[in-house]
Structure formats: C-alpha cells, structure tokens
Design a protein around this ligand. Structure first.
Ligand code: SER
Length: 336
C-alpha cells in the first residue's frame, strides 16, 4: 500500500516553510516535502522529505511509486528578478516543472478515480499595467484585467494558470475512459513579507530586506524609488490563503484563480513604518531602474472580493497587525 500524502514542492523556500508548519500543525495530513535542498526545519515522524529536482523524471516516478498523492501544493519556482537573468532556466523550472507535475496529477486522478487537488501559487506578476497613469487609474485590479505580464516569471505564472485550467477541463480528450480531472486551484499573491526568512531573487524583496536590514542595524539602499506602490501580505496569511482555498468546498468556487491581498504600501510608507520601530535605521533610495520598472507594471492594489465571497478569504494581518504583532516583534527576537 502506498502512503497517502499531500505533496509540497519548494518546501525549503519561504512560503514552503510557513505552509508546511501549518499543514503539520493541522494534524490531518501526512506531508511529503520535495526540494532541491535539505529542509531548514525538522519534520516530525510520519512526514517525509525527498531531496530532488522536479525536472528529474526519475524523481517524479519515485514519488508516484512510493506515495499516493492526494493533493499538491506546487511552490517550487524561480522568482521574478532571478528569472530575468536566466529566462530559459526559469521557463524550464516554472513551466516545464509545473507541466510535469500537472501531468502526474492528471494521471494519478485517473488511476485513483478521484481528483488530485493541485494548488498553485500565482502572483501579482501576471499583471502588467502599461503606464504609470494606467497604474494610478486602475488601482484595484480584478483577476481578468491587465493580464499582460512583462517578465518571464509573470508569463510563466500566467501560462501555468492556463495549463491548470486546461488540464482540469480537457484531460478527458486525452483519455479513453471515464474522465477524472484534477481539481486545480490558484491564488495570486501580492508581495509577501516574512519575519523569519528572506526571499531571494524576487522584485518585491525590498520590503522584507528593508525590515531585516534595519533589525540588523545595517544600512539599506532600497532598489525602488519612494513612490513605488504595490500590495503586500504577511507570510502567515500566505499559508492561510493556500490552506483556505484548498479546503473550500468545490461547489462554492466560481473561478479557478483568485487574487488575495492585505495592505498596499509605497516604498516610502514601508520606510516610515520601519523607522518607527527602528529609529536608527539607515534607509536610502537608490533605484535600480530595471527592477523598479518591473514593480511599476504591477498593480497598486488587488481586488480580492471574489476570494472573500467564494471561500471567506480575509487576511488575519492588516497593515497595523502585520507590523506591530507579527513582523516587528518576531524580527527583533530573531536578531537580538
Ligand atoms: N514576490 C514575487 C517576486 O518578487 C512576485 O510574486 O518575484
């Protein structure tokens, strides 16, 4: 008998670290983590880790041979700045890797006669506002608006949303018998800020970097200008969103892809909040024009009404609580 598990790819990453803790503390699931690296945290017995590459067909074959995968949280990806340096590698990891897992999930759904759930974190990077005027005018963007990404990462995420939709509706065309399609669900995240980990290779990283640098008493040259504004969310809410969408009754979901967000801040707002907590913080603005140009195409805010309506999405941390109850105290503790 194969062990029934929930697979989390990219489990050693920022979102993975937070999500795996949440899934394990929920107590109901047995978790199988997969990452290129070893895990930066301990897994209690009953859960397992495989160190490997989603692009390695041997690894995917091993997953299926040893485990019955009931649900997948597919987090492994190269973020937006890094992807601009190695676009073809990013395409391989972000698209080919996702396709391999989607295919595996489709085959497993057929085999089980029961849909495998595939939860996919997408991103604000799927949006592309053409001008600063458009960004001002269309400040709270809905899921079907302005999906014209300008980065490789944004293109990859948008296309994988579409692949998920395709395989959840049309796999029957490839299958001779009674079709059982995957249960694909996706959230588009804003910039995420964790008190415990630092991201690498993202373009919204200036927010967490500013905070962590201030706590370490290191100077921080912010790579976007003070007026650049995008939405953000505290990391525990990212895990809440993934689990909230995963556990929502299917019949309540009127779409496959949902915006989620919490608060919208300019880089100057973040600097102010950081200085209020760390009065000696040395934060300057030294825009990197290429990175700034990416963030300038992302919406100033996301409309998450559909998520609130269909699966009662509500962030636990608004701007005030995110800083005063989650970020500042935990970051202070971390570097004390
Ligand atoms: N935070 C991500 C990045 O900056 C976007 O989803 O790449």
């Amino acid at each position: 008998m194969r062990k029934k598990v929930t697979l989390v790819t990219g489990a050693a990453g920022e979102v993975g670290t937070s999500l795996v803790q949440k899934l394990i503390s929920g107590g109901e699931r047995t978790v199988l983590t997969l990452d290129l690296s070893s895990l930066p945290y301990e897994l209690p017995e009953r859960h397992s880790h495989i160190q490997g590459d989603i692009l390695d067909s041997g690894v995917v074959a091993r997953l299926v041979a040893e485990f019955e995968i009931e649900a997948i949280f597919h987090l492994a990806a190269l973020l937006s700045t890094r992807a601009e340096f190695t676009p073809e590698t990013a395409h391989r990891v972000n698209v080919d890797g996702t396709l391999a897992l989607l295919r595996m999930a489709s085959e497993q759904s057929q085999w089980r006669g029961d849909p495998v759930q595939f939860v996919f974190p997408s991103s604000i990077a799927v949006y592309g506002l053409p001008t600063p005027e458009a960004k001002k005018r269309y400040s709270r963007v809905r899921e079907f608006e302005w999906t014209n990404p300008t980065t490789m990462y944004g293109c990859n995420k948008l296309y994988c949303e579409l692949l998920g939709r395709y395989l959840s509706q049309h796999y029957k065309q490839l299958s001779a018998e009674e079709p059982v399609m995957i249960d694909f669900r996706s959230v588009r995240f804003p910039g995420l800020i964790s008190a415990h980990t630092l991201p690498s290779g993202g373009t919204s990283d200036y927010a967490p970097e500013m905070l962590h640098a201030a706590a370490k008493a290191e100077p921080y040259p912010c790579f976007v200008g003070p007026d650049v504004r995008i939405p953000f969310m505290a990391m525990p809410d990212a895990a809440n969103a993934l689990v909230g969408l995963s556990t929502a009754p299917k019949e309540n979901l009127s779409q496959l892809v949902y915006n989620v967000t919490s608060f919208s801040l300019s880089a100057a707002d973040i600097r102010e909040l950081v200085i209020a907590a760390f009065p000696k913080a040395d934060i300057t603005f030294e825009p990197d024009l290429k990175r700034q140009a990416i963030v300038e195409t992302w919406p100033a805010d996301l409309d998450d009404t559909a998520a609130a309506r269909d699966w009662s999405w509500k962030p636990a941390y608004d701007r005030e609580r995110a800083f005063s109850e989650y970020l500042i105290p935990n970051i202070q503790k971390r570097y004390r």
